[in-house]
Design a protein around this ligand. Sequence first.
Ligand SMILES: [Mg+2]
Length: 151
Amino acid sequence: MRVGASPETEARRAAITLATLALRPSGSERNGILASVSDLSEIRDAARVFISERDWQQFQDPKSILLALVGEVGELAELLQWLPADGARDQLREEPLHTRVSEEMADVLVYLVGLADQCGVDLGSAALAKIKASADKYPTDQNRGVAPDKT
Ligand SMILES: [Mg+2]
């Protein structure tokens, strides 16, 4: 078990083996984390409504969204920058930091989903394809416990 991981989290992680992450059409899996991945369309649709209701489509271009995304990543990084590495996982589970980190992660996700929407990218499928490619690039028998290089 990983340090700081709950038994439920660890069991869920174990259930999601690379075999279960084999490429599927988007939205075809409706359990656990995979259902959450396919639910990116709900975030996209909610953001579209939010933007439309304010007539902000005119400001939605890939460059502007990317810059907003980078700004939100900076806000997230600011919350973590001085946490000691060996205690960060525990501190991030405590309030008020947990709520603040959740909010900034949500900002990052919403802008990333918006960027994917602008670019016509199926983000869930692209992410699963990337994980599959990484699994092929780093077979477990040669890479277990070894830090990866850039993917
Ligand atoms: Mg923010």
